[in-house]
Design a protein around this ligand. Structure first.
Ligand code: HEM
Length: 411
């Protein structure tokens, strides 16, 4: 059978570079989780959580462990390190093993309980984490037993699952650009890379076993080169590298688009430039309604615009939309249980970079009611809903706020 070594050698460096770049982008995005005065959008998205402080601790543990684990595993692929400094390889391997088993996976398992995508999301993360745990333990044991062929095979499984962090974000970006349903996109971008990564290692490594066994018999440390049985596996790695690099390149674009576009708020229904879609839905606004709309714009839309502009494009959180608009949901104010007068509103977001042109509000694929809330025109107070709870609107720009009394915005 023809060896694919030359092909793999060609793609080895781009794949490792793409994963290293992806890891750096994820780590850069994770810095936001250590701003103790400001809640990152991924955190706000999750609220309310039953044990918020514990979840935050797990998230911070997870992202620090992740920032080290993937680069360490990539460094462990180095043939030069293996040949010239086998002790360094062993120590780096031990460090990576401890980080993975003591921090990355336990924290990941806890986060999985609250992951997006419901039960299927939880199961997907737990499956990936379980493969990592089993493969790490067996990889370490086989290294201790000097079974280097098995060691390499298990460690490639570990690396393959860790690479899911990068490939799944690349897929999330692509699916968002295609305006796929967010829940379906989240699940597909988790399950596809988890299964594909495991399948690729399973398909590729058994053929290499006898080669490295020979190396083991010679009592040498194994080379990390792969001798592949079939050309299609080479092209799989080809595609993987192209996908990651393309997504990384593209992923910075919408933030710039949002920053460079005429302000998001310019597409909003406002007193001076009413949105035609809104005009069709509501009668001509009275002065009080204009005041309410202006409050929503000032306290929800502009802060949202600022948050989106600063949001990492390479995270598991919701990707920034192309455009945002607010809709007032009632022509006249309603009364709550305490006698306050409020006007409910909804925020819509335009998504699907591949389907819409920049700044073209009417051509947008609008996702309605991505956020709802209400405004009290008299006091100027604005609230947003998260699950069953109501919070002051400052929540949308990351301010830590307590849930508001339940009667607000209800009536
Ligand atoms: C080195 C590989 C990994 C990296 C770089 C990584 C990175 C991250 C980061 C930065 C987040 C926060 C969300 C974001 O900003 O995108 C996160 C969330 C998460 N990670 Fe990991 N992670 C890795 C491996 C794992 C593993 C092996 C598991 C499985 C146990 C896992 C499970 C989770 C879960 C469940 C979440 C929360 C997702 C949600 O709430 O929807 N991660 N990861």
């Amino acid at each position: 059978m023809r060896s694919l070594q030359p092909k793999l050698t060609k793609w080895r460096v781009p794949v490792i570079a793409a994963l290293a770049l992806g890891s750096a982008a994820i780590t850069a995005g994770s810095v936001a989780y250590f701003d103790f005065d400001h809640q990152a959008p991924f955190v706000v998205e999750k609220l309310p959580l039953p044990h918020e402080q514990l979840w935050l601790l797990m998230l911070r543990t997870h992202v620090v462990a992740a920032a080290l684990a993937l680069p360490f595993c990539l460094a462990l692929l180095s043939r030069t390190l293996l040949r010239r400094a086998p002790r360094a390889h062993r120590w780096l391997g031990r460090a990576a093993g401890i980080i993975i088993l003591a921090a990355l996976c336990p924290s990941g398992f806890y986060l999985a309980l609250f992951a997006k995508g419901g039960r299927l999301g939880t199961v997907g993360f737990v499956l990936s984490g379980a493969i990592v745990v089993v493969a790490t333990v067996r990889g370490v044991r086989s290294a201790c037993a000097a079974d280097f062929a098995a060691h390499r095979r298990w460690m490639l499984h570990v690396l393959a699952q860790l690479s899911v962090a990068v490939t799944s974000r690349a897929l999330l970006f692509a699916f968002d650009a295609a305006d796929m349903n967010a829940d379906v996109a989240y699940l597909l971008s988790l399950w596809l890379p988890v299964l594909a990564s495991a399948a690729v290692v399973e398909a590729v490594v058994p053929q290499a076993r006898h080669v490295t066994r020979a190396v083991q018999i010679n009592r040498e440390l194994p080379s990390l080169e792969l001798h592949l049985p079939h050309t299609s596996q080479g092209s799989m790695i080809h595609r993987l590298a192209i996908l990651i690099v393309a997504a990384l390149g593209l992923s910075w674009e919408p933030a710039h688009a949002l920053r460079g576009e005429p302000s998001v708020s310019s597409s909003l229904p406002s007193a001076s430039t009413p949105d035609p879609a809104l005009r069709r839905e509501l009668p001509a606004p009275a002065p009080d309604d204009l005041h309410a709309a202006a409050l929503v714009q000032e306290k929800v839309v502009w802060p949202l615009e600022a948050e989106y502009a600063a949001t990492s494009q390479f995270g598991r959180g919701r990707l920034p939309p192309r455009n945002v608009r607010a809709r007032m949901l009632a022509a006249a104010a309603r009364g709550d249980a305490a006698g306050g007068a409020f006007v409910p509103f909804a925020i819509d977001e335009c998504r699907g970079a591949l389907k819409t042109r920049k700044g073209d509000g009417d051509a947008c694929e609008w996702h309605r009611d991505t956020l709802t809330g209400c405004v009290y025109p008299k006091s100027g107070a604005v609230f947003v809903r998260r699950g069953e709870e109501t919070f002051p609107a400052a929540l949308v720009h990351g301010v830590k706020v307590k849930a508001a009394p339940a009667y607000l915005c209800r009536g």
